[in-house]
Design a protein around this ligand. Structure first.
Ligand code: AMP
Length: 292
């Protein structure tokens, strides 16, 4: 039995505005957590972080068609609405916003937001320029609809967090962007809605990704040359079946410029290792600072 009160669910901007109006009337700060649903503990950790920044927490669930390439998994992306509402009720969120794709992008829709430099490498290069443009566009639309005081994004999608931070700064949006740490399974695998795609055999292999990455960051902390350390890591990934490797790169926060010389201890926290690998048909991404 569901003993938790279900928060109000808005499916249109008008009902969303009515709910938010009540919060604003009481001068309550609003923290916003955008998601694509199929919620797991990683998403729920963002809700907990959001609660520490505002009196009210609003979560959106929207599988954004604009960030999927035609070859990607838009149609099969996991949708678990009932379980998501249940989890968000239990987590004590104050409102759920589930807009419809037709309302978000009605006939004649044209506008796109791009953040070209931050979006260029890594996932921007491997998933195409439309990927982060699709994300920046939907996030700006959601920001305009929810008008939050703060918004929480997971470091799991670190480049996405940097794209949003840049957009918010460039467009003078008055929203605190908060990054939240990656939540992992016990074997180190970063939680992801797409982990559901993994077979049992693949799931066992997937845990190696963060382990190999930790070996690489440990090697980098000894002062190793990045080229050699990354090559060793890539060999390790391939040897356990995490291949092809889409990228395995060392980049500086927040510009994402490549790091090619040994990392000095004072830079360990701001230089990050970024990885994307294929495991069967599933693409896994992860990142960690050299200090981790
Ligand atoms: P998604 O539903 O995949 O679009 O993710 C929605 C938000 O949850 C994004 O800010 C993600 O970075 C964040 N997120 C997803 N997985 C994790 C995780 N394992 N740990 C922390 N945040 C996560």
């Amino acid at each position: 039995m569901n003993t938790h009160t279900q928060p109000p669910i808005a499916r249109h901007t008008r009902s969303l505005a009515a709910i938010l109006g009540e919060f604003r009337k009481h001068k309550e700060r609003i923290a916003f957590v955008p998601t694509m649903g199929a919620l797991h503990r990683g998403h729920l950790s963002l809700v907990e972080v959001a609660k520490t920044h505002a009196e009210r927490v609003v979560v959106s669930i929207f599988v954004n068609p604009k960030q999927f390439a035609p070859t990607e998994d838009l149609d099969t992306y996991p949708r678990t609405e009932l379980a998501d509402v249940e989890a968000l009720s239990k987590a004590g969120v104050d409102a759920i916003y589930m807009p419809d794709a037709g309302d978000m992008y009605p006939d004649g829709y044209q506008t796109t937001v791009t953040v070209p430099e931050v979006a260029k490498p890594l996932d921007g290069a491997s998933r195409g320029p439309g990927y982060f443009a699709g994300i920046a566009t939907v996030v700006l639309k959601l920001f305009n609809q929810v008008r939050p005081d703060a918004a929480v994004f997971g470091e799991k999608d670190y480049q996405q967090l940097l794209v949003i931070r840049r957009m918010v700064r460039d467009l003078n949006l008055d929203i605190d962007i908060i990054g939240a740490p990656i939540i992992r399974e016990s074997d180190g695998l970063a939680m992801s809605s797409r982990n559901q795609y993994l077979s049992d055999e693949e799931r066992n292999i997937a845990g190696w990704l963060s382990n190999v990455m930790r070996d690489t960051t440990a090697l980098l902390r000894t002062g190793a040359d990045p080229e050699a350390a990354l090559a060793k890591g890539i060999e390790g990934l391939k040897s356990v079946g995490l291949a092809p490797v889409d990228y395995y790169e060392l980049r500086r926060d927040p510009t994402l410029e490549l790091v090619t010389s040994p990392v000095a201890p004072e830079d360990w926290a701001t230089v990050r290792l970024f990885a994307a690998v294929m495991l069967g048909r599933t693409r896994l991404i992860d990142n960690m600072a050299v200090s981790e």
